[in-house]
Design a protein around this ligand. Structure first.
Ligand code: URA
Ligand code: SF4
Length: 178
């Protein structure tokens, strides 16, 4: 796939309601690639992944547990266009958009991958278990190892317990050597 065409993609019906395709940003050959679920309102308006409240929490946890700044890693989502009302992406939408995600991983060649939430854990590592079972587990995308954790929006809803679990998952990633 030609990644220069991603900003113009109309392969699923999410293109009808989005303001823009949120491609992702960061260095090539990054030490870490972070994959979220889908853009929310802030991201659909701003054009960058994880710039809203969830993103701020995630960026802080990654800094505190891994010592990486936002500019040190690549950030994207499993689904590149905002679902209406921030609903969970449909399986068909995630399956269609996955081709872009796989092309991005192939082209960026990250050393490690962190997925946040169910949709990304499935798209990247193929985990069929929900995130309450799959978090903290080592995954592989082709030959690239990584870890799945909760979505920071879950931590904002559920509070400090989920934040603590996310910190522990990030330490699994640190032990892998990020
Ligand atoms: N939630 C996500 O999964 N991704 C974003 O970019 C923002 C919020
Ligand atoms: Fe294309 Fe993905 Fe956007 Fe659907 S969500 S239109 S597949 S970029």
């Amino acid at each position: 796939m030609d990644l220069t065409e991603l900003p113009f993609c109309t392969a699923c019906s999410l293109h009808e309601t989005r303001q823009r395709v949120v491609v992702g940003s960061g260095p090539t050959m990054p030490r870490l690639m972070v994959v979220g679920e889908a853009p929310g309102r802030s991201e659909d308006e701003g054009g960058e992944p994880f710039i809203g409240r969830s993103g701020q929490l995630l960026v802080r946890l990654i800094f505190e547990e891994l010592g990486l700044q936002r500019a040190d890693y690549f950030v994207t989502n499993a689904v590149k266009c905002r679902p209406p009302q921030n609903r969970t992406p449909r399986l068909s939408e995630a399956a269609t958009c996955r081709a872009w995600l796989v092309a991005q991983i192939d082209s960026l060649r990250p050393t490690r991958i962190l997925t946040v939430g169910n949709v990304a854990a499935k798209a990247v590592f193929g985990f069929s278990d929900g995130i309450s079972r799959a978090h903290g587990r080592l995954g592989l995308h082709q030959d690239i190892p990584g870890v799945a954790t909760y979505h920071p929006a879950a931590a904002l809803r559920a509070g400090p317990n989920v934040v603590d679990v996310m910190r522990a998952d990030l330490r699994v990633l640190r032990a892998l050597g990020v």
